[in-house]
Every structure is written in structure tokens, then in C-alpha cells.
Design a protein around this ligand. Sequence first.
Ligand code: TRP
Ligand code: SF4
Length: 420
Amino acid sequence: MNVTPWEVEGVIDYSKLIEEFGMQPFSEVLPEIDNPHILMRRGAIFGHRDYWRIIEAMRKKEPWAVMSGFMPSGLPHFGHKMTMDEIVWHQSAGGKAFVAIADMEAHSVRGLSWEKTRELGMLYIKSIIALGLREDAVIYFQSKSSHVKDLAFELSAEVNFSELRAIYGFNSDTSLAKMFVTAIQAADILHPQLEEFGGPKPVVVPVGADQDPHMRLTRDLAARISIFSFEPVEGGVRVRSRKGAEYLSSLRDLEFDKKIYEEHMDIFGEAEEIERAVRKIEVEIGGFAFIPPSSTYHRFTTGLTGGKMSSSKPESYISLLDPPEEGAKKVMKAFTGGRATAEEQRRLGGEPDRCVVFELYSFHLIDSDEELNQIEAECREGRLLCGKCKKMAAELVKSFLKEHQEKMEAVDLSNYTIIG
Ligand code: TRP
Ligand code: SF4
């Protein structure tokens, strides 16, 4: 398998991906989440980094945010719907929501005109609002956010070519703009922590697993661009300054027991409290004090004809804007986990875990566990055949699309703040 932000190939083994990328399995935090979303419960979200920060902030009712972005290079489809549902869920769980339209990425990497990125971008915005995004979200086009562009420039001072080559496989033919959009995406992710947006806070970024290289770079940059760094020591935290030891003196008045050394300071007490106090001082003296962002990773959406759902293959996906009838037709042509003949399927049963139709049910179309379990059992036992099953799914897709498009029509953008 080959998984990069610009290419996903081969059969994806998610446990191997967790290991290779160094993510944590989502199952580990799932029991700690109140009313988890179906994408969490049903294993669509399989991995995370530092999601415990979000769980803690939710629990203590402290400020936190959710942020993700969409590259407007084609029409929004069910793959994007996953990210949209995740943003909306986190917003209703108490996070401040940030939604980026990655027009700079679409323009520079995919060569779309600015007009086209705007037109497509508005469809993503209307879609996520139709899916329930509330009005207090910050929605923006990258090219129109000076916070993001200024921060990207600042971050880019911390990155050199060898690092980009190691993370993304860039080479001497890679354009400067394509390199720079990695800093733009890092700025997308970090800017909710700027003072203008309330300062440092945990931020969760729901994304597809292919975006993890961006997360790794961003988490490194969050640390590199901030003044103070933390490491655990017996009974407390060792604080170092990345920008010169003279900054340590600003921590002298902190009300904790401490030992002061030339190049670092050991501060004793509860780690979280210490870090919070140090971050507060960092912000006061003009630093960023970024908390490394958390992330969740969802599976790639299987294309209707197998492989990954991709905006460059129209027959592989159902767009959220497809005419409902057409969406239904695409479902009827989808690959299933069925057997070669009806006789064989009655005898051996179908394979829902290899079935695109079942994936649609599970991640998008059926909320009730009872109903889903029943379909799964009937499929496995050979009592449900694919023809009938697909017809059911086609009907559900048709009514979903109809309703979604009506809601999009009814969206009143004047209630929202859109930077762009
Ligand atoms: N690169 C992402 C994609 O291709 C889009 C994106 C832009 C994004 N900025 C982001 C995703 C910030 C997460 C966070 O889909
Ligand atoms: Fe998929 Fe339905 Fe066929 Fe089972 S019966 S393999 S769930 S289409």
C-alpha cells in the first residue's frame, strides 16, 4: 500500500497504517466518549493522536476547537461527508468549529482557477451547513485569511527542504507553491490557537488517514515555533526555552517549587497545571505557546466500483449534488460483497465487510444499530440477496440526496461569517 496526501494506492491495512504512521488505535479512547458518533462506534474512525486532550477538555468544560479543511477540486461526495459529520458532531459536543476551504491548495496543486475554487468551495460550505453546522463556526477560504497566510509564512521559517523531502517525498521538480501549501495547512490547523481566537487550546482535526503527514509536520511545528518546551521529570516538568535561555527568567515568579539551571528549569507540581501557567506567560510575552493538535483518522471511502472514492472518477462516487435518481442508479451498479450466483449466496451468505453498499449503510444511511445488525445477519446467512439489498440502499440514497439538496437550497448564508 502507498498512502500520501496526494496518492492512495493498494489494499489498505489499517492496523499496519497505525503502526507505520505511529497513530493510536481509536478503540482505546472510544469508551471514554459520551454519545460517540456512529463513525466512531462503527469503526470508520480507526485511529487518533492525542484525542485524550479533547476528552479532558470536554469533561472539564474548558475551551477546545475542531478544525478541518476541504480542497475544492471536485464536487463534495460521501468521503467528504464523513469529515463534515465529524466537524458537526464535535461542534455540538462543545468545540468551536473552524472550516477551511483549501482554495490555495486546489489552485496551486490541482491547477484550478480561482473562480472555480470559489464556486466549488461554496458547495462545500452549503453542504456542511445542510449537515448541521451551526452559525458560530469560522468558515474561510485560505486565500482570504490573513491570519492563516501570515502564520504560514512564520511557520515556513522553521521548515527546510530536507524535512519536506523526508515527509512528502518532494524533489527538485516540486514547485515552491506546492511546498508552501504544506505550511498553509499547518497554519489552518494552528490558527485557532492564536490570541485573536482565544489563545492556546486543544484542537482536534478530523481527517482521512492520508492527511497524517500534515499532522506530523504540524505537531512538530507547533513545538518548534513556541518558546517553551516541556518534558516530564520526577515530580514535575522540565521546561526549556527554544528561543534562548533568557526567556526562562520570565518564569521566575511562577508559584511552584522550582530548580533553576542555566539552560532549563525544573518545576514541581501537577504537570498540566504547570504547562498551563507557562503557556499563559508565553502568550503574555508574545509567544505562540501552541498545544500540539490532536487528530482522528477515518477510513478511505471505498469507491462504488472498488478502489478509493475519487473526485477524478465520477463513476466511483456519489456526489452530494448528484440528481437523486442518478445517485440511486450508481448504487445499483456498485460492487457488493455478494457471491457469483444467487444459489451460492443462499448457501454461503454474503460478505458485508467487503461490501460498498454495506459501508454506505453503516457510515451514512442507517442510524439504528438494530436495523443495521439485522441487515448484516440476513446478508451473512444468505437470506438477503444483493439485488433487493441494493434497491433498499438506492432508495435511501435517493431520499438522502433529495433532502440534502433541499436543505442546501434553503441555507441562509447571511447568518454565517464566511471569510472570503
Ligand atoms: N489537504 C486537505 C485535503 O486535501 C484539505 C485541508 C486543507 C485540510 N487544510 C486543512 C484538512 C486543514 C485538515 C486540516 O483534503
Ligand atoms: Fe452487500 Fe447487501 Fe449484498 Fe450483503 S446483501 S453483500 S450487504 S449488497
